[in-house]
Design a protein around this ligand. Structure first.
Ligand code: PLP
Length: 396
């Protein structure tokens, strides 16, 4: 597969050779040879046709094409300036005033904010359901339910949903199913093939891979792709060609990076699981972790993002643990080459379902989310080990 490296985007017509990666085509105006061509241009709206900068140029088209080729059954991919812009763009393309949106209770916090903010303002009601309980989804259904937003695994608490079952139920009820598939990405979970209508990615994470660019995407089959594309054009959400070139470059090594960070992540998850000071490791790739069976059934890959919960301790001890880490940065996002740690306080975000781990009151749960990068696994484990010592001193 050319994955966006079309000869007309990597070379000059009439010359047999070219470059490896598509050039950065910076453009607002696209030129037409004559008036007839300018008028004829209105009849088409597709990648690969010059029109005007807001519809992109070869650099953005190349990235869209590469992403579409990675996503089985996709008719096309729309790019957005961030992952959140992709979520917002898709929901606004799908929902109208009076509709009800169902959202999984483990959804990314900005998705919840969007529901409580802009969507509420335009008269869309959101109902949350338990990500691990199909009955909870059924209970939230109503005649006005128009769409469901899934996130699997949830990017904080890591539960895996039964996406094929939820997508099928949504379809039966005439609803659109939307999946935030940022964790596994298209190579780890073939969302459309599992029945999802629209699949979203924060390209900021694995595709970008170097913590220096923000972007999002939405891929869909023919029934939704054209609407998403037209909506994004109406909203004017074009991405810069420089950013598209960075993401395209990241995409070329994404498979290798994911393999490495998933393998290191699993090794660290197994190490954590053995520790007496760890109550629970929340990592779908780990046997015994919530959602592991569904991950095994449906996924072809994972990544290095997972969480764990301390046995006892305090919020201050957890903070001391994170402060003690030397190799892990303290910061949001993930999917970069460098490891990160952030606090996990699930009680703060959930509304429709209990913290899913029996015997633990969520108010007393202090955890850490780790985003494992490409460093040496032994070095990361040694760093965590010394931070546990600090935690133990702070926890007494
Ligand atoms: C980071 C993230 C997003 C948002 O991506 P941005 O590019 O930061 O806006 C959306 N969904 C998930 C699951 C994420 O982790």
């Amino acid at each position: 597969m050319l994955a966006g490296r079309r000869p007309e985007w990597t070379g000059i017509e009439g010359h047999p050779s070219g470059v490896v990666s598509p050039a950065v085509w910076r453009a607002s105006t696209h030129l037409y040879p004559d008036m007839a061509a300018l008028r004829a241009g209105h009849a088409f709206n597709e990648d690969g046709r010059f029109y005007y900068g807001r519809r992109g140029a070869p650099t953005q088209w190349a990235l869209s094409e590469a992403l579409t080729q990675l996503e089985p059954e996709a008719a096309g991919t729309v790019l957005y300036p961030s992952g959140v812009a992709a979520i917002a763009g898709v929901l606004l393309a799908v929902l109208k005033p009076g509709d009800v949106l169902l959202m999984t209770d483990n959804a990314y916090e900005p998705s919840r904010n969007l529901a409580r903010g802009i969507l509420a303002d335009i008269g869309v009601e959101t109902r949350w359901f338990d990500p691990c309980d199909l009955a909870s989804f059924k209970a939230a259904l109503c005649p006005k339910a128009r769409a469901v937003l899934l996130e699997s695994p949830g990017s904080l608490t890591m539960e895996v949903c039964d996406v094929p079952a939820l997508a099928a139920m949504a379809r039966e009820h005439g609803m659109v199913s939307i999946l935030d598939n940022t964790w596994a990405g298209p190579t780890g979970f073939a969302a459309l093939r599992h029945g999802v209508d629209i699949t979203l990615l924060a390209l900021t994470k694995h595709a970008g891979g170097h913590s220096d660019v923000m972007m999002g995407s939405a891929a869909a089959g023919p029934e939704w792709f054209d609407r998403l594309r037209r909506h994004s054009q109406m909203l004017g959400t074009v991405v810069s060609p420089d950013d598209a070139a960075l993401v395209l470059r990241g995409l070329r090594t994404m498979g290798l990076r994911l393999e490495r960070s998933a393998a290191t992540g699993l090794r660290i998850a197994q190490w954590l699981e053995q520790r007496a000071d760890v109550a629970k490791v929340l990592c779908p790739m780990l046997a015994g972790s919530p959602g592991h069976e569904l991950w095994q059934r449906d996924f072809t890959g994972g990544c290095g993002l997972f969480s764990f919960v301390f046995k006892g301790g305090t919020g201050a001890a957890r903070d001391a643990f994170i402060d003690a880490l030397q190799l892990f940065g303290i910061g949001y996002s993930w999917g970069g080459f460098e490891s990160l740690a952030t606090p996990l306080d699930p009680a703060r975000v959930r509304t429709a379902s209990a913290w899913p781990f029996a015997g633990m009151d969520s108010a007393d749960v202090f955890g850490v989310r780790l985003a494992i990068g490409l460093e040496d696994a032994g070095d990361l484990i040694a760093d965590l080990e010394q931070a546990f010592t600090i935690w133990a001193q702070a926890a007494v």
